[in-house]
Design a protein around this ligand. Structure first.
Ligand SMILES: [Zn+2]
Length: 348
C-alpha cells in the first residue's frame, strides 16, 4: 500500500508517499481502507519535531518511523479473528483512543485517564495511508448520507472541544464563551459546539479574513492583531466577562484568557501549541474564584455523543480543504502557514 511514512524530522520536502507492506488485522482488529484522514498538530509535529524541540508530555518523543493520521474514516476491508458486530464493507469512523479497558478509570468510562492511554497515529500506525488496522471496538458505523470527509474531520477536535465545553466546562445555553485560536481544529469545533449549545461565542482569530469566517459561523470575531489585550474587548462585548474560555494555545494567550473570565468562570485547556509556561499572576485566578480545568481529548461517551450529533447534521465540522493524500506536502504547508480555518482532510 501507499503511505506517508515519517522517518526523520525535517521540512515538508521530507514528506512523500511510499510503498510499504499492507498491515494485517490480528485478533479483535479490522483492516480499514482509508477514505478520508484529517490533519492534526500531531502529524505536523511528528514531521517537524515537537514545538520548541520539547518532548511531547507525558509520552516523550514519538518513535520514528511512524505513519501518523489520527482522524480516520473508511470502509472495513477485512476482519481479524473473533471480530463481531462489524462486517466487511461497513462504512466507519475510528475512535482514535486506545486504553486497557480494565483499570478503574476505564471501568468508570474515563479512557483518557487510563495509564495505558494511547492514540492511533501517535503510538500505533495511523491513517495517512491506503489502509490501517484498528481494534474492532474502536469503529463506529457512519450513515450512508454522511461523507467520509465529514466523518474524518470530527473525531479528535469535536471530542476534545465537547469535553472542554460541555463535559468539563458545564456549558449552559446563554453562557458567554471565548474560543481562543478559533480557526484551528479544536477552536473551530468549540465555536460550532458553543453555538449549537446556545452560547454567545466570541472567537479570537488572527486576521480580517478569519474574522469574516468566524462571523459566518455565528460567532462574534475578535482580531488579536488589533486587540493584543483581548480581554478588554471581551469585557466590552459581554459587560461581565465570559463563563468559559477555551484556550488550546497556552503561553501567548493564557494571561488574557484568564482576564477574560468573569468571577467564577473557568479556563478549559487541551493543549499548549504556543508554549506551556505562561507568565501569569495567580492572584488573578484565586481572587476571582476562577478555575482552570484540563480536558485532553475525551472519553468514549464524548466521542459517541459528538459523532451522533455530526451524523444528524446538528454539528457540522468546518472543513478548510479536501486534498488527495499525494498532496500531503501542500496540506502541511497550509497548516504550518496557519492559512486554514477548520480541518484539512486528505483522501488516499
Ligand atoms: Zn485503563
Amino acid at each position: 500500500m501507499k503511505a506517508v511514512v515519517i522517518r526523520e524530522h525535517g521540512g515538508i520536502d521530507t514528506l512523500r508517499l511510499q510503498e510499504v507492506p499492507t498491515p494485517r488485522p490480528g485478533p479483535g482488529e479490522v483492516l480499514v481502507r482509508v477514505r478520508a484522514v484529517a490533519l492534526n498538530n500531531l502529524d505536523v509535529w511528528a514531521r517537524s519535531g515537537p514545538p520548541g524541540g520539547r518532548p511531547v508530555y507525558p509520552w516523550g518523543r514519538m518513535e520514528l518511523p511512524r505513519i501518523t493520521g489520527v482522524d480516520v474514516a473508511g470502509v472495513v476491508e477485512e476482519a481479524g479473528p473473533g471480530v463481531a458486530g462489524v462486517a466487511v464493507g461497513d462504512r466507519i469512523v475510528v475512535n482514535p483512543i486506545r486504553a486497557c479497558g480494565e483499570c478503574a478509570y476505564c471501568l468508570a468510562g474515563e479512557q483518557t485517564m487510563c495509564p495505558g492511554y494511547a492514540i492511533l497515529g501517535e503510538h500505533t500506525p495511523g491513517g495517512m495511508a491506503e489502509f490501517t488496522v484498528v481494534p474492532a471496538r474502536n469503529v463506529l458505523r457512519i450513515p450512508d448520507a454522511v461523507p467520509f470527509e465529514v466523518a474524518a474531520a470530527a473525531p479528535v477536535c469535536f471530542t476534545t472541544a465537547w469535553r472542554m465545553l460541555v463535559t468539563v466546562g458545564g456549558l449552559r445555553p446563554g453562557n458567554d464563551v471565548l474560543v481562543v485560536g478559533a480557526s484551528g481544529g479544536v477552536g473551530a469545533a468549540a465555536l460550532v459546539i458553543g453555538r449549537h449549545a446556545g452560547a454567545r461565542v466570541i472567537a479570537l482569530v488572527g486576521s480580517a479574513d478569519k474574522c469574516r469566517k468566524a462571523e459566518a459561523l455565528g460567532a462574534i470575531p475578535v482580531d488579536r492583531t488589533e486587540h493584543p489585550e483581548f480581554s478588554k474587548r471581551v469585557w466590552a462585548l459581554t459587560g461581565a466577562g465570559v463563563h468559559i474560555a477555551a484556550d488550546p494555545v497556552g503561553r501567548p494567550t493564557w494571561p488574557e484568557s484568564i482576564r477574560s473570565l468573569r468571577p467564577g468562570g473557568c479556563l478549559v485547556i487541551c493543549g499548549a501549541s504556543g508554549g506551556e509556561r505562561p507568565d501569569i499572576d495567580i492572584r488573578e485566578i484565586y481572587q476571582h474564584h476562577r478555575r482552570i480545568l484540563g480536558a485532553p481529548m475525551g472519553n468514549v461517551r464524548d466521542f459517541r455523543t459528538v459523532m451522533e450529533l455530526v451524523f444528524r447534521g446538528a454539528l457540522r465540522p468546518v472543513i478548510h480543504a479536501v486534498l488527495p493524500l499525494s498532496e500531503i506536502r501542500e496540506a502541511h504547508r497550509i497548516f504550518e502557514a496557519r492559512e486554514h480555518f477548520g480541518k484539512i482532510v486528505l483522501v488516499p
